[in-house]
Ligand binder design. Structure first.
Ligand code: KG4
Ligand code: ZN
Length: 338
């Protein structure tokens, strides 16, 4: 394949992070992420508030990404943007910006699937996984087990039939009176907790699929029962509750990952998405890999949660293949990996 050279600007605005990155000849030169803190007071992402915040931050974030990379708008050869999945209003801010810039400069536009980009984050580093590559993508909106035989050839082996793992972390945190996003706080408080203090049921969903809504309900009922008897139960047991909930979600996640790795005889295995920043998941996954002789791939923290560097990586792979998108690209709030 004749490889194209070039400088690409990538934009990510699918949820509550406004991000821009510059990639030149497959090297990430900058990756600026502005995380919207405004949602913590509401206990979750408010779509209308998120799109307004993207409007406020898109220009400063893009300017900073270009400045840090030492490129001007005239140097950009293509504009890439997250097409979906995500919140419609949030996606539209990034897409409108990207379309406007690409059309005004007469340069190509590249629409990127956010879920594929989470997986491609593994290929940013110089050490890259080999195909076949099995990846568990765990974020606030998705939980998917994907088997890739090449960058754009893949099979979704399983996914959640209800809530995502990140949602389970965030909702459990809310029940423990922790602010949004609660996943990182559960991780933090777990450091001083006993993970075997409280036990929760395993979902009975078949194949490689996941389910987290039953776990959420089990935690809710358990907390209701305990606080009826002891009103300060949560405050008195916070680290143990966090550690037990975290260990349970991680055990559920790794059980199916292990099954898929064994059934499909895959040796290169990764975790991706916001929840892959979880310290217990990272450690347990690493240990599981050592036990089974797998090559385990864990992204750098900056590339776990939403970021434009991963969008830039996927965009670069499209660019190399001459795969561009029409200027009338549409937002796809449900852009499934199928
Ligand atoms: O990939 P991401 O940034 O956004 C989506 O595409 O959803 O993932 C965000 C999710 C949130 O649910 C957040 O609580 C979770 O990732 N998360 C964590 C940790 N860091 C982020 N969950 C558990 N432990 C963490 N350290
Ligand atoms: Zn994401």
């Amino acid at each position: 394949m004749q490889k194209l050279q070039g400088i690409l600007l990538a934009i990510e605005s699918s949820c509550d992070d406004t991000s821009a990155a510059i990639v030149r000849n497959d090297i990430i030169l900058s990756n600026i992420v502005h995380s919207q803190l405004v949602h913590s007071r509401y206990g979750g992402v408010i779509p209308e508030v998120a799109s307004r915040a993207h409007q406020d931050f898109i220009i400063p974030v893009v300017s900073q990404a270009m400045e840090q990379a030492g490129v001007s708008v005239d140097n950009i050869d293509a504009v890439a943007v997250t097409q979906g999945p995500g919140l419609l209003g949030s996606l539209l801010v990034g897409i409108s910006f990207a379309k406007g810039l690409a059309q005004a400069r007469g340069i190509p536009l590249i629409g990127v699937n956010h879920m594929l980009a989470h997986i491609h984050a593994h290929f940013i580093a110089t050490q890259k996984p080999q195909f076949p590559f099995l990846c568990l993508t765990v974020s606030g909106g998705h939980t998917q087990l994907v088997l890739l035989t090449d960058y754009f050839s893949y099979q979704v082996l399983g996914q959640t039939i209800d809530d995502a793992a990140g949602e389970a972390f965030d909702k459990a945190a809310k029940m423990l009176h922790l602010p949004y996003p609660g996943g990182p706080l559960i991780d933090k408080y777990s450091q001083n907790g006993d993970s075997s203090r409280f036990l929760f049921p395993f979902p009975s969903v078949g194949g490689y699929n996941y389910s987290f809504s039953g776990i959420k309900t089990a935690i809710l009922y358990f907390l209701q029962k305990e606080t009826q008897q002891q009103p300060a139960f949560i405050e008195n047991n916070l680290p143990h509750l966090c550690a037990s909930i975290q260990a349970h979600i991680v055990a559920v996640l790794l059980r199916k990952l292990k099954k898929a790795a064994i059934d499909y005889r895959v040796k290169d295995i990764g975790i991706a998405g916001g929840v892959s920043a979880n310290s217990h998941l990272r450690e347990e996954f690493k240990q599981l890999g050592i036990k089974h002789g797998w090559k385990t791939w864990i992204p750098a923290f900056d590339y776990c949660t939403d970021n434009a560097a991963m969008i830039a990586k996927t965009a670069w792979l499209h660019w190399e293949r001459g795969q561009f998108t029409d200027y009338n690209l549409e937002a796809k709030p449900r852009f499934p990996l199928i």
